[in-house]
Design a protein around this ligand. Structure first.
Ligand SMILES: Cc1cc2nc3c(=O)[nH]c(=O)nc-3n(C[C@H](O)[C@H](O)[C@H](O)COP(=O)(O)OP(=O)(O)OC[C@H]3O[C@@H](n4cnc5c(N)ncnc54)[C@H](O)[C@@H]3O)c2cc1C
Ligand code: SF4
Length: 446
């Protein structure tokens, strides 16, 4: 019997995908997915399930079912632990795969795509339902309709609570909709699920910011429980000379802002920040026909292989090359931006210096040192700041509800007053799967 290898070409061809806004990942045939699921060794102690997946998905069990040709059984298995596999099946970095036993000396089993195949088959075959619940007479307001808010809402509804989700944007989805671009997650995928949640009885009130359109006090008095799922709205800025120049934007404004100023067509784009958000900004620049795109990062280039600081089955510290990096552009590390170069009020570039990092014995960077005489000017006529998020502001809803923040500005929930906090606002900016797993864990204690 031929040995099945992990499929490496998971994306549509670059020439095709940069010309549209459709999902970059290609579709897999039933046979391909079945063969990939059959690579699962069904380990005695499956680390993918315990150490890997924050939702505790029963990965070997659904792989077995799919490998045997029973997608329905696989779908029923994933439904035991996850409400929205269509989101994680598209955007999860697959923490489970990093802790797959095969990953010790081979390529990990392809779990995320199996997950997507099961849920998409389920939608196609009409298997997807939101189970009925017995009302318990209690009411909950969920503030924020991102993945953690949606997960908390559905988990509470299934326990019998009457749930209303308040969302300040025109539609729910949070960063699934207003952060992650369409080519990673098509927005119809969110609408399809939200329709089902609505039919199941969850009420959605959009264009409604709690603390502004409705007071936090009103919400507190009118609901038995409050779930804050407001994310981390504040982006980290780069307050160096020249910051006020035209043509310098925060990543979320660039990714979702409308108008010519946010369009990269014909421009030399500089992305400051080497994470996921920065990668998506590279993807957008290329789709819009930029002249060039350079992504710079202050930190050093991570090792090509798993660093000894993150041994298996931990999520590895190592170089990651996203879909966008296969599409074009250039990446550089060890770059510290000192000031923006401004001409006629518009950004014309960045003056930067090189840094060298002192490394710990385990291969992690600990201290940056500027390299003398390394000053250079990087030309750019559009600069995007993609340097992460700073947490939750102490004013607004947090202050109105008399809540406290951790030193890292995450909300400290107050169960004594029936106020809970879930997702990024409770833990710092992270991942969709972690935001949902946090909501799952907190509601499970109800
Ligand atoms: C560009 C980008 C790409 C990303 N890519 C990935 C990826 O590929 N994979 C991955 O796993 N993660 C990714 N992430 C991270 C992921 O999107 C977040 O970790 C996740 O969405 C957090 O979910 P959440 O529900 O806690 O918060 P959010 O998604 O931020 O949702 C919070 C919601 O609360 C609403 N809100 C805030 N205040 C109020 C108020 N007072 N009243 C009413 N509503 C309010 C907001 O409008 C928002 O809709 C990415 C993030 C960005 C920015
Ligand atoms: S949610 Fe993420 S970590 Fe969990 S099984 Fe799916 S891909 Fe793996």
């Amino acid at each position: 019997m031929a040995i099945v290898q992990r499929i490496q070409d998971v994306y549509r061809p670059v020439e095709e995908r940069v010309k549209d806004l459709k999902e970059v990942e290609r579709l897999f045939t039933e046979e391909e997915i079945k063969a990939q699921a059959s690579r699962c060794a069904d380990c005695g102690i499956p680390f993918c399930h315990g150490a890997g997946c924050p939702l505790g998905n029963l990965i070997p069990e659904f792989n077995n079912a799919v490998a045997a040709g029973d997608v329905r059984k696989g779908y029923d298995i994933i439904c035991k632990t996850a409400f929205f596999p269509e989101f994680t099946g598209r955007v999860c970095p697959a923490l489970c795969e990093a802790s797959c036993t095969r990953n010790l000396n081979d390529d990990a089993v392809m779990v995320r795509q199996v997950e997507k195949h099961m849920i998409e088959t389920a939608f196609k075959e009409g298997w997807v339902e939101q189970p009925a619940a017995v009302p318990n007479g209690k009411t909950v307001a969920v503030i924020g309709g991102g993945p953690s808010g949606l997960y908390a809402a559905e988990a509470l509804r299934r326990k019998g609570y009457a749930v209303t989700v308040y969302e300040k944007k025109p539609k729910v989805g949070g960063l699934l909709r207003y952060g992650i671009p369409n080519w990673k997650l098509e927005k119809e995928v969110i609408d399809r699920r939200v329709t089902l949640l609505e039919e199941a009885g969850i009420k959605f009130v959009c264009n409604c910011e709690i603390g502004k359109d409705i007071s936090a006090d009103y919400i507190r008095k009118n609901y038995d429980y409050l779930f804050l799922a407001i994310g981390t709205p504040n982006a980290r800025d780069l307050n160096i000379p020249g910051r006020d120049a035209e043509g310098i934007y925060l990543a979320l404004d660039f990714l979702h802002g409308e108008g010519e100023k946010y369009n990269a067509k014909g421009k030399k784009v500089l992305i400051i920040g080497g994470g996921d958000t920065g990668n998506d900004c590279v993807g957008k620049s290329l789709r819009e026909g930029c002249k060039s795109v350079l992504q710079v990062e202050f930190m050093p280039k991570p090792p090509e292989e798993r660093s000894p600081s993150t041994p298996w089955p931990d999520w590895p510290y190592m170089l990651r090359t996203s879909y966008a990096h296969h599409e074009g552009g250039e990446r550089r590390w060890n770059v510290s931006s000192k000031q923006f170069i401004v001409k006629d009020g518009k950004v014309a570039g960045v003056e930067a210096v090189a840094v060298e990092w002192e490394m710990a014995p385990n291969g992690r960077p600990i201290k940056p040192n500027e390299v003398p005489n390394s000053t250079e000017v990087i030309d750019a006529d559009l600069v995007v700041l993609a340097m992460g998020f700073t947490g939750v502001p102490a004013e607004g809803i947090v202050k109105d509800l008399g809540l406290e923040l951790t030193p890292r500005t995450a909300i400290i929930q107050d169960p004594s007053r029936n106020i809970y906090a879930v997702g990024d606002c409770a833990n710092g900016a992270s991942l969709v799967v972690r935001a949902m797993a946090d909501a799952k864990a907190k509601v499970s204690k109800f």
